[in-house]
Design a protein around this ligand. Structure first.
Ligand code: CP
Length: 314
């Protein structure tokens, strides 16, 4: 693996989940592996879990960590070739990526979708710009189209709590006051396609995800019906993909409730808006796995970083 950019970079999900769970039993067992190595975390958008869990993962491996909030503090980057840079952009990705590569052994990047221009978002110019011009491995800490560290943490959480050979897993849309990206939902869908389950997606009409990602997956437009007898329900808001980036429905009936949950375990990547996306009684119940999902973000990141450090040794 040269980079960890999407769920497609996972060569064996069962092996990765198993190795991450072993790491979790003794998180500092490979502390010598990262001695003298540095990771640079570049944030073009806000974060709580991703920043701290990736930092913790690197520390568990003995690495040094440098963090930069690029969005607020870095020079505005130009990505197009041949541009006359006489406007607001002060630095080209060519120099920025090569310079940062000299300071560290791994670069991790968070750069969300702008939700204005589908083609621009799908080109993932920040992530792909660093991939093109950096000379060290790149880790995706949530890009325009994917959040593969979250999906790997979710796979670990599912494995820890699953008791069936083929559990019923539901991905449910829920309302939100703002237009949100598709990255978490996309990567969750891609991750679910790597394991055996009865997987159903439920959302109001108009919120279909990219059909290239959801192909062959059942979509049920009745949320209550979709959640019947579910073992796990993963709730997430996303904006419209066809009417790109728009909030086309805010039907509050789609808020996730205890009644809809039944006996299922509840999952959400966080942050979550209480009593808008999901009611308090779900989040505060024993069936909620959200805190454990956030904990597993450490071990998903640690596994990925460990693989790069081991590659470097070969
Ligand atoms: N789930 C997640 O990525 O959380 P943050 O946005 O707080 O990093």
């Amino acid at each position: 693996m040269k980079h960890y950019l999407s769920v497609k970079d996972i060569n064996s999900l069962p092996d990765w989940v198993s190795e991450a769970r072993t790491l979790k039993e003794n998180p500092t067992q490979f502390k010598a592996l990262g001695a003298g190595k540095t990771i640079c975390l570049l944030f073009f958008n806000n974060s709580l879990r991703t920043r701290l869990s990736t930092q913790k993962a690197a520390m568990n491996l003995g690495m040094e960590v440098m963090v930069m909030n690029f969005g607020n503090e870095g020079w505005a980057l130009e990505f197009d070739d041949g541009t006359i840079m006489d406007q607001g952009k002060a630095e080209h990705i060519k120099e920025a990526a090569k310079v940062v590569s000299q300071y560290c052994d791994i670069i991790a990047i968070r750069a969300f979708a702008g939700l204005k221009d589908k083609a621009k978002d799908e080109a993932e110019e920040v992530l792909m710009g660093f991939k093109k011009y950096a000379s060290v491995p790149i880790v995706n800490m949530e890009s325009s189209v994917g959040h593969p560290l979250q999906a790997l943490a979710d796979a670990i959480t599912l494995a820890e709590h699953n008791t069936k050979s083929k559990p019923k897993v539901v991905l449910s849309w829920a309302p939100h006051p703002k237009a949100l990206p598709h990255a978490v939902a996309n990567s969750f869908v891609e991750m679910m396609q790597l394991q055996d389950s009865e997987f159903v997606i439920t959302h109001p009409k108009g919120y279909e995800l990219n059909s290239e990602i959801t192909k062959n997956i059942k979509i049920e437009y009745d949320q209550k019906k979709a959640c019947e007898n579910a073992d796990f329900v993963y709730v997430k808001n996303w904006s419209s993909y066809s009417d790109y980036g728009k909030v086309v429905n805010q039907d509050t009936d789609w808020m996730f409730t205890k009644e809809k949950m039944g006996q299922a375990k509840f999952m959400h990547c966080l942050p979550v808006r209480r009593n808008v996306v999901v009611e308090d009684s779900v989040l505060d119940s024993e069936q909620s796995l959200v805190i454990e999902q956030a904990n597993n973000r450490i071990y998903s990141a640690q596994l990925v970083l460990k693989k790069f450090l081991e590659n470097h040794q070969e």
